[in-house]
Design a protein around this ligand. Structure first.
Ligand SMILES: [Zn+2]
Length: 237
């Protein structure tokens, strides 16, 4: 293989590396993972809010239950006194009846509160349950996608190191000055520095090359550049 042929092959490896880098940076499975992680973060935040609400509702319910017990005890005390026959003074009786009515009203209010706390707890519990189930489902899907991604990344990384090894070996057979010319041309031409010549046509700009240039390029043993696009020609047939 001549230096020019090696250079064409080297360019092929460089293009392959770029392609692999692009593939690695834009893995569709990574996009899926990112989306899933974002959805999980939203779900977890929502579950935290639900759980905080649940704790609050349970505390409120407990407090209402304690108050209800206190009121029931107070009703019991006042009733026993009132109906036990110990109190005979009508004004005192009236006062106690008023107190009893107030206590009963409070009792009813607390009972209603407890029912509404229970309903709230039930709703929040089912919301938390649904969110947890969704988190579990999404987490396991995420794990699956991550292992697909990891396998894909290691496959690509492996191909990249194979590519780098081949390139190093090949580059060591090409003179530094030619490599430098190639690198410069690669920059100037935006990714194609060496082009194949087939049927007298430049593989870079597709113009028909003058016969003398094709003849010059044919042995592939010196740098011959297309007159039109300036790229290095490598005769392939
Ligand atoms: Zn050309």
């Amino acid at each position: 293989m001549t230096e020019i042929q090696s250079l064409l092959e080297l360019q092929g490896l460089d293009m392959q590396r770029l392609e692999l880098e692009k593939t690695l940076a834009g893995l569709p499975v990574q996009k899926e993972i990112d989306d899933l992680e974002a959805a999980l973060a939203v779900l977890r935040a929502s579950l935290d809010t639900t759980n905080a609400g649940l704790a609050r509702a349970r505390k409120n319910q407990k407090e209402a239950e304690w108050s209800l017990k206190d009121i029931a005890a107070a009703i019991e005390t006042v009733s026993t006194k009132l109906y036990g026959g110990a109190v005979t003074n009508p004004r005192e009786i009236e006062g106690m009846q008023g107190k009893l009515r107030m206590l009963e009203a409070n009792k009813t209010r607390l009972e209603d509160q407890i029912i509404s706390h229970m309903e709230e707890i039930e709703t929040l519990e089912s919301q938390a349950q649904a969110a947890s189930a969704e988190i579990t489902e999404k987490s396991s899907r995420l794990e699956g996608l991550e292992s697909v991604r990891d396998a894909r990344v290691s496959e690509i990384t492996c191909r990249m190191s194979e590519n780098a090894e081949k390139r190093d070996n090949l580059a060591s057979t090409i003179p530094g000055s030619l490599l430098a010319k190639y690198e410069q041309l690669l920059k100037d031409k935006g990714g194609l520095a060496v082009v194949p010549v087939r049927g007298g046509i430049c593989g870079g700009c597709h113009v028909a090359l003058p016969t003398f240039l094709v003849t010059l390029a044919r042995p592939n043993d010196s740098v011959v550049r297309c007159e039109s696009c300036g790229r290095i020609l490598c005769w392939v047939g």
